[in-house]
Design a protein around this ligand. Structure first.
Ligand code: SF4
Length: 714
């Protein structure tokens, strides 16, 4: 690599699911600068505050200071980890896992991986767990992110396939944003929305959110719904659409099943009832329903406010019901468009890298699908028993049912709900393996084995963004220290484990990411996400492409279901009966405030990367709990005064701040701050010491968005 002549490398931003193209300028030793890729259809040259600081997060100094660079190992609990060779470390892990499988069976081992892995990393981890070890105990932090969207799409439309493309923002007449602070969480898409409004002043934006966020402040109509009341809102809008003749009878009759049952349900969701449940004005509800139903093209954008809920699947399904009933799907500018939280949660879903999924949208419960996957993988079989999902996995670790956990590219000691239990589970585990790029995460201290991994600017492979668009990542810098790529670590380990289990290692041997991706590509043949017409060469020469892109196609499909045919057994979409249920933990006299959680503009997840960027703190320098002025006054609190925020599971100390965006009776804490940022003030663990592990029965996604709390002066 030339160390003096700067060169440009095309790659992708590693933060959110918008999936912006990045051009990184490098001299081979550092990333000198980044700029948006003008040819990338996700961002056309733009980058947000996070993306435009990517080069500083990869500076040579930081790579020395905060990165895991050498394998570390402790052979017995109680002592410190010591540096070790890769050979010794992987041999140790392979022997421990083989011994544990022999004594307790394959389900005593679990993998907790990440929506920030590349598709190829995800693919080999999934194959390693299901195809070599023989357990479906492989789940990811996507369970905390998009699993309700997955379940909602599958129940209604028949497949986990977001039907829209970013161009739909340009074509919509009404954009309904719900459960998403798009201006902060998906900033470049929000810029696109702002451009669309400038071009078309008639475009109406409706935002439903418990907080008056920056996104809500810009809206033509803001519905400040009470936390968790989304299903009532959507059912109420459908009630009004029926009452006012705004449903699309021809579409319902021609392309859907189950509408009569849903009609019976929404009859009871009168405007008065819904306005009361949601805490909004009846007139605003009527206006939202009319705008949505009367427009030629209504597009919904939604994210964690719908997903991170014990009724997340119903919230997704109820919104999709509304689109189906009004014919707002399968045409330009219309449809239910889930915005993916993480950069490659989509890629993980495509390779089936979760406890209840199989490759290429196959069904784990279907014996024929399991046999197909086993044949594709070159292994004997794939186990039928569903694996443990995220919350269940850590419960099983705490109970001793799971003995060994391998955590890759994620930080459950900050991001999982009910931190007390998570940390107890990690302490109780017989072996904790952490595969990580950073030494600073809250999970690393629990590691018996630390496997140093490459990260953005060093990795190579593919990701898929929210609009089903696959982009290549190219390495900008060489691997630092002794780091290895995530897929490489998994396959190096498989080569050691396979002989110990008496199985062939060949199915787990790859020359590089292209070979892995080609195997994944073959698994999609004939499936709804067929990409057999694509190759690394096409992606490099013609740029990012959307799926499906089957063999013989000239381009990928930008919008799904334009023919009115859905990927169900009879080709018809299905209405789901979605009764409204309240939040899992109602407020009461002891815990009288609704706590909601969310993102800041310039930080990302647990801050392992964005926390190294000084300018990211200009927007919010330290954590706080934001409350309505009236609630501050009632507690005689001044701005900046320390308070105890306490739920039934734990407590933390934070500075209180009055926020104009808050309704009385509610409080908000950003999700990003963890132990290291709070410990100086006597607090710990971040907001998830307060949140609850209750999860949605279908998607198994926990209710990270809401908890009942009390707030008292510290
Ligand atoms: Fe990166 Fe998302 Fe910002 Fe684009 S919008 S630059 S993908 S963080």
């Amino acid at each position: 690599m030339n160390l003096t002549v700067p060169r440009d490398v095309k790659t992708t931003c590693c933060y959110c699911g918008v999936g912006c193209g990045v051009i990184a300028t490098t001299d081979g030793a550092q990333v000198l600068a980044v700029r948006g890729d003008p040819d990338h259809p996700a961002n056309f040259g733009r980058l947000c505050s996070k993306g435009s600081a990517l080069h500083t997060s990869a500076s040579p100094l930081l790579r020395q200071q905060v990165r895991a660079l050498v394998p570390e190992l402790r052979r017995a609990r109680g002592g410190p980890r010591a540096e070790a060779s890769w050979d010794d470390t992987l041999d140790f892990v392979a022997q421990r896992i083989a011994a544990t499988i022999a004594e307790h069976g394959p389900d005593s081992v679990a993998f907790y991986i990440s929506g920030q892995l590349l598709t190829e990393d995800y693919y080999v981890f999934n194959k390693l767990a299901k195809g070599l070890i023989g357990t479906n105990n492989v789940d990811t932090n996507s369970r905390l992110c998009m699993s309700s969207a997955v379940a909602g799409y599958k129940q209604t439309l028949g497949a986990d396939a977001p039907p829209n493309c970013y161009e739909d923002i340009d074509e919509a007449e009404v954009i309904f944003i719900v459960g998403s602070n798009t201006a902060f969480a998906h900033p470049i898409l929000y810029r696109r929305l702002e451009d669309a409004r400038k071009r078309n002043p008639a475009l109406k934006v409706v935002v439903a959110d418990p907080r008056r966020t920056d996104t809500a402040r810009d809206a033509d109509l803001f519905l400040p719904i009470l936390p968790g009341t989304d299903v009532a809102l959507f059912n109420g809008m459908l009630h009004l659409a029926l009452w006012e003749g705004l449903t699309d009878g021809a579409f319902i009759a021609g392309h859907t099943d189950g509408f009569n049952e849903l009609k019976d349900l929404v009859r009871d969701y009168t405007p008065r009832f819904v306005a009361e449940v949601c805490g909004i004005a009846e007139a605003d509800l009527v206006m939202a329903a009319r705008w949505f139903g009367q427009s030629k093209a209504s597009l919904s954008l939604y994210c964690q406010g719908l997903n991170q809920s014990t009724h997340g699947t119903a919230k997704n399904a109820a919104l999709i019901n509304l689109h189906l009933a009004t014919g707002q799907i399968g045409k330009p500018g219309a449809g239910p468009f889930s915005l993916t939280g993480q950069p490659n949660a989509m890629g993980g879903r495509e390779v089936g890298g979760m406890a209840n999924l199989l490759s290429a949208h196959r069904d784990l419960a279907n014996p024929a699908h399991r046999a197909e996957v086993a044949a594709l993988w070159g292994v004997e079989s794939v186990p039928a028993k569903p694996g443990k999902t995220a919350v269940e996995m850590f419960d099983a670790l705490a109970s001793g049912e799971i003995k060994i956990i391998w955590i890759a590219c994620t930080n459950p000691a900050q991001s999982m709900p009910d931190q007390k239990l998570i940390r107890m589970a990690l302490e109780k585990a017989e072996l904790v393996i952490v595969q990580e790029a950073y030494t600073s995460t809250a999970t690393v201290p629990y590691a018996d084995v630390l496997l140093p991994a490459t990260t953005w600017a060093e990795k190579e492979g593919t990701v898929t963004n929210s609009e089903r668009r696959i982009t290549r990542l190219h390495p900008v810098l060489p691997k630092p220290g002794l780091t290895r790529h995530d897929w490489e670590i998994a396959t190096n380990f498989a080569a050691r484990l396979a002989p110990l289990l008496g199985k062939p290692a060949a199915p787990f041997t790859y020359a590089g990411t292209e070979q892995i991706w080609n195997e994944h590509r073959e698994s999609t043949r004939g499936r709804d996400l067929d990409i057999t017409g694509l190759s690394f060469k096409i992606l490099d020469e013609r740029g990012p492409q959307q799926w499906p892109f089957p063999e013989g196609a000239a381009v990928g499909r930008k919008r799904l279901y334009e023919d009115g045919v859905f990927p169900t057994a009879n080709g018809r979409a299905r209405f789901v009966v979605t009764p409204y249920l309240p939040v899992a933990e109602p407020v009461d006299a002891r815990f009288p405030l609704h706590l909601t959680t969310g993102r800041l503009r310039d930080q990302w997840h647990g801050m392992s990367r964005s926390g190294t960027v000084a300018q990211a703190f200009a927007h919010a320098a330290e954590p706080s709990v934001v409350m309505a002025r009236a609630d501050m006054d009632r507690r005689m609190l001044r701005d900046g005064e320390l308070v105890h925020v306490t739920s039934r599971r734990g407590s933390q100390i934070l500075a209180a701040q009055a926020g104009e965006d808050m309704r009385a009776g509610q409080a908000f804490i950003a999700m990003h701050w963890g132990q290291e940022y709070l410990s100086g003030r006597g607090a710990s663990h971040g907001v998830n010491v307060l949140t609850m592990p209750a999860f949605d029965p279908s998607s198994k996604q926990p209710e990270l968005k809401h908890a009942a709390v009390k707030i008292l002066k510290a």
